[in-house]
Design a protein around this ligand. Sequence first.
Ligand SMILES: Nc1ncnc2c1ncn2[C@@H]1O[C@H](COP(=O)(O)OP(=O)(O)OP(=O)(O)O)[C@@H](O)[C@H]1O
Length: 351
Amino acid sequence: MSRLQVQASVDERDFMVDLEVDEGSTVAVLGPNGAGKSTLLGVISGLLRPDRGRVELGDRVLTDTASGAAVPPHKRSVALLAQQALLFPHLTALDNVAFAPRSAGKRRRVAREAAMRWLKAVDAVEFADRTPHQLSGGQAQRIAVARALAADPELLLLDEPMAALDVATAPAVRSLLRRVLREDGRTALIVTHDPLDVLALADRVIVVEGGRIVEDGPVRRVLTRPRSTFGARIAGTNLLGGIVEADGLATEVGVVHGLVDDDCTAGTAAAAVFLPSAVAVYTEPPHGSPRNALCVEIGELEARGATVLVRASGGLTAEITTAAAAELTLEPGATVWFVIKATEIRIHRAA
Ligand SMILES: Nc1ncnc2c1ncn2[C@@H]1O[C@H](COP(=O)(O)OP(=O)(O)OP(=O)(O)O)[C@@H](O)[C@H]1O
């Protein structure tokens, strides 16, 4: 795995980016449609030639417009995993995965053995003999992950890998990606629109807008205190980090109870995620001991038309109706209770 350095301009697309990614880290790339996310991946993978700039991976120069260097895509040791699995339709899953080692010059038997190991790693051995049209979207995407990894790339580019999957399938693929990104310490970039992907997979977030990087920071900071407009739009969600216990998630504001993902075993680092609109605000400790009543101090109030955003300590936010806010006479500095039903809180493993 290698450090990535990109400095590139594509005039026609008004794209100008300067980015460094540390060896072994995963950077989530967020941004609105047309922001330049795919352009960035295109420049790195070699599918798109910048007008000016340089791409380096480890000690290799992949692109350098000054010297004319342009390593072709298949020789970059960069694997691109797209939204659609894009498997070869006439090959079995096994042969799709074996394609990478075969192209690298491995003998057929050796390539198939390597492919089998990767199918095992993505829990897809049972699909080895199937062709792509006999696979569901999620199964095909698992094969595509195996194929990308079988090439043993120095850099993995993931372009919305979960976007085409249904809600039931996405968690399994996300958890598979977390395993391969985390355990093997791979350098990776993942384009996504989903804060859950960011949370589960990335160490760092960049926000691209208008062909420029407008925000760059650690996941937690960008998701809870975004500085860019787009960051604020995608973030806007409550996030409490902690450690999974038998009874819930131990956080700095107490134990939080919610719907816990299967892979959150006791002792793992996880985050509780809930929408500001799922929070009810009380000025007195609530009766009947609801499962989640977090005592917080109000920071500021932000009018949003029919609703008011109550920003409180710990980076927590509640969105309540203007009428409710008026009735509660909320003001900065006041102590209140944020009450959230356990069914409104999802607890996910964090990267
Ligand atoms: N083939 C192309 N030729 C010319 N301009 C293009 C081409 N592809 C994209 N663009 C332009 O380049 C800019 C960046 O597009 P890009 O596809 O990189 O955005 P994106 O962030 O990946 O968007 P999305 O989330 O919609 O995929 C946009 O203004 C787009 O219109």
